[in-house]
Design a protein around this ligand. Structure first.
Ligand code: NAD
Ligand code: TYD
Length: 350
């Protein structure tokens, strides 16, 4: 019997992690803490919300008093921390919010965990979910390994790098059992349509232009979100205290090649003539500080813990498109209200 706090469980990756743990471990008690920002949506968890080993708490990790009380009331055995502001473009317009949630919020959780668990650190675990963006950008060759120096460029990656440093510091200084994983770009169901893949699916479906930053030559290493959730499960249960694992799919795509593949899939699914969706591709002003290439070496995780990605990208992308086309109501709900304001500011009024 374990009581696990999962933060950010109403978001994209968090909802997949909550679903996996609730279904796979009926004897664990999973508490999902989420502020329900624009990116958090309880509809992401409809299928498991009534399970007896699941509960939801609405709250803000920036509120230290609330976090301390939550920890003292609940006696958690472990934390899997995913709550964050996660979109690079938003971090460029509002860096302070990223500092507050990603850094202060993480330190609040670390403090609460340290105070509650100080008499028996080895019976507890703090798992921090991070990103490969902390490593900065690669040239044409090479891969990020766990020992690559941190070199963040965006306010988002700077805030995640800072939170990683705090997590390591709490392990090294106080003895907290802490584990970190740094993952590459995820894709799949329940992905908020501000990120490249779901935004492009939404726009293609609605015959809106597909905004490609710069020349579309930037490279990302894409991993199916359920494979990330499986990796978190494996690392959470098997990693030694104080270790870091990189997670990635060995699946590099330039943005423009990826969008052409997506357009081809969308033409097929929407019964459009081949080439029709690609007519929507529009090159727009580049993102400031845009990292050129991310690519992950996940051999440590593969060798030590036996994890491997399960899906080929073409298959995963097609499954993702099918999910978005079958879940029109979800897409309509998350794109109503504030989404339109964000879209105008980001793409129309620039
Ligand atoms: P997301 O934006 O979809 O979800 C974030 C969740 O955190 C939302 O449910 C939101 O309501 C919640 N949240 C935000 N601020 C909060 C606060 N102050 N208090 C409590 N809850 C708060 O993000 P995601 O894409 O699911 O990413 C989850 C984690 O994984 C993040 O830490 C991110 O840095 C990391 N990550 C993401 C990717 C990716 O490709 N999306 C890749 C690697 C790592
Ligand atoms: P994104 O999904 O925002 O993830 P990240 O910035 O964390 O890698 O962007 C993925 C890539 O797609 C990145 O190189 C920026 C680019 N991009 C566009 O070209 N147009 C867009 O509208 C968005 C959101 C991203």
């Amino acid at each position: 019997m374990k009581k696990i706090l999962i933060t950010g469980g109403a978001g994209f990756i968090g909802s997949h992690v909550v679903r996996l743990f609730v279904n796979k471990y009926p004897n664990y008690e999973i508490v999902n803490l989420d502020k329900l920002t624009y990116a958090g949506n309880l509809a992401n968890l409809k299928d498991i919300e009534n399970k007896s080993n699941y509960s939801f708490v609405k709250g803000d990790i920036v509120d230290a008093a609330f976090i301390n009380e939550l920890f003292s009331k609940n006696k958690f055995d472990a934390v899997i921390h995913l709550a964050a502001e996660s979109h690079v473009d938003r971090s460029i317009t509002n860096p302070l919010e990223f500092l507050m949630t990603n850094v202060i919020g993480t330190v609040n959780l670390l403090n609460a965990a340290k105070n509650e668990w100080k008499d028996n650190f080895s019976a507890h675990r703090f798992y921090h979910v991070s990103t490969d963006e902390v490593y900065g950008t690669l040239g044409e060759t090479g891969l990020f390994t766990e020992t690559t120096s941190y070199d963040p460029h965006s306010p988002y990656s700077a805030s995640k790098a800072s939170s990683d440093h705090f997590v390591r510091a709490y392990h090294d200084t106080y003895g907290l059992d802490a584990v970190i994983s740094n993952c590459s770009n995820n894709y799949g169901s329940y992905h908020f349509p501000e990120k490249l893949i779901p935004l492009s699916i939404y726009n293609i479906k609605n015959n809106k232009s597909i905004p490609i930053y710069g020349k579309g030559e930037n490279i990302r290493d894409w991993l199916f979100v359920e494979d990330h959730a499986r990796a978190i499960d494996v690392i959470f249960h098997n990693a030694k205290a104080g270790t870091t694992y990189n997670i990635g799919g060995h699946n590099e795509w330039t943005n423009i090649d990826l969008i052409h593949l997506l357009c081809k899939i969308m033409d097929k699914k929407l019964n459009r003539p081949e080439g029709k969706s690609a007519e929507l591709i529009t090159y727009v002003k580049d993102r400031a500080g845009h990292d050129m290439r991310y690519a992950i070496d996940s051999s440590k995780l593969q060798k030590e813990l036996g994890w491997t990605p399960s899906l080929q990208f073409e298959e995963g992308l097609e499954r993702t498109v099918d999910w978005y086309l079958a879940n029109e109501e979800w897409l309509n709900n998350v794109t109503s209200g504030d989404y339109k304001k964000y879209y105008e500011q980001q793409y129309v009024k620039r």
